[in-house]
Design a protein around this ligand. Structure first.
Ligand SMILES: Nc1ncnc2c1ncn2[C@@H]1O[C@H](COP(=O)(O)OP(=O)(O)O)[C@@H](O)[C@H]1O
Ligand SMILES: [Mg+2]
Length: 319
């Protein structure tokens, strides 16, 4: 496996103005790196800013601050032409396979569309050959090309979404909760397929999830987000086996484990209260209102990520 860093994000911020001078800090100063061929798992509750991170990396959103280095180049501010080339190299697989496929296009047209935009292949025939090849790769077949998305199951639609992403031979894919809308019985199939393609094509993934168990299976590194900030970050092993941030510990202790002895030995850590609003957040640690260990300092000063050993990072005053 190469040691080359493909994506490096530093101090990324994305704010939304939501009326009456209010600022929603969806992503507020986030940094991470992903090595080529590896997967970073990005986890956290709904609304914490995961999708916004993915969309900002792909330049669907303009970042408000920060650097995004892709293959050594700062892509946080690029021309239209460069942005087009980036969409070829960086693709996304969406959370909702129902909403993300145009219902008026056949599956063949959906998979072909990006290749047309990027003027890949010389003829329609060559493009269609590639469409058939992609459909077979994702476990569908040639005959499916003439059908419409509504004729497919959720799992099959997500396969179409993956074929569409792979069509442009990308290097990096944001997988935004690609399995959370699918039946549990087919989630593993889709994840295994993504892992197989990663291996075969040396793909780099940002794998977004709220399902912690799947991330453990797929990610080399894991980052935990809370209300627009990153609270813990490190190798998946460190984060899952030795979580240090109270939020990560709470999240992990809430994952049901099919082993009564484990359940007995690992007391659940309760989290009090609701997730606060990301609009005009108060200074201090974003998690402090729900944290049982919070002190006066936690309410006043925002903790920064710091190394708690061997590159395992956490942002908490009580470590
Ligand atoms: N285009 C937008 N305009 C205004 N607010 C947004 C927009 N997109 C996301 N948000 C808000 O940003 C926060 C983070 O959202 P999102 O990134 O979708 O979270 P997640 O993917 O973790 O569920 C939420 O409070 C959401 O309401
Ligand atoms: Mg999301």
């Amino acid at each position: 496996m190469s040691e080359k860093t493909l994506l490096e994000v530093e101090g990324l911020k994305k704010y939304f103005q939501v009326g009456k001078g209010q600022t929603l800090k969806a992503v507020d100063d986030i940094s991470f790196q992903i090595k080529k061929g590896q997967t970073l798992g990005l986890v956290g509750e709904s609304g914490c800013g995961k999708t916004t991170v993915g969309r900002t990396l792909l330049r669907i959103y303009e970042p408000d601050a920060g650097k995004i280095l892709f293959d050594g180049k700062d892509i946080s501010r690029v021309s239209k032409k460069e942005a087009k080339e980036l969409t070829r190299r960086m693709q996304m697989v969406f959370q909702d396979p129902y909403a993300s496929l145009n219902p008026f296009f056949t599956v063949g047209e959906i998979v072909e569309e990006g290749m047309k935009i990027h003027k890949m292949y010389h003829s329609e025939t060559e493009r269609m050959e590639r469409v058939y090849e992609l459909l077979e790769m994702v476990g569908l077949n040639k005959d499916h090309a003439n059908r419409f998305p509504h004729e497919f199951s959720g799992g099959q639609r997500q396969r179409v979404g993956i074929a569409r992403a792979l069509a442009l031979n990308p290097e990096f894919i944001v997988c935004d909760e690609p399995i959370s809308a699918l039946d549990v019985s087919i989630q593993a199939q889709v994840v295994n397929m993504l892992m197989k393609f990663q291996e075969e094509m040396d793909l780099t993934y940002l794998f977004i999830a709220h399902d912690l168990s799947m991330v453990r299976h797929i990610a080399d590194q894991t980052a935990v987000m809370y209300l627009g900030t990153m609270v813990e970050y490190g190798s998946t092993r460190d984060v899952y086996e030795h979580p240090v941030h109270p939020y990560t510990r709470g999240l992990l202790s809430a994952v049901p484990v099919a082993d009564p002895d484990y359940e007995k030995a690992h007391n659940r850590i309760p989290m009090d209260g609701e997730v606060p609003s990301p609009i005009n957040p108060k200074p201090g640690c974003r998690f402090c209102a729900r944290c049982r260990k919070a002190t006066a300092q936690c309410h006043e000063e925002t903790p920064k990520l710091r190394d708690v050993g061997g590159g395992h990072m956490a942002a908490c005053w009580n470590l």
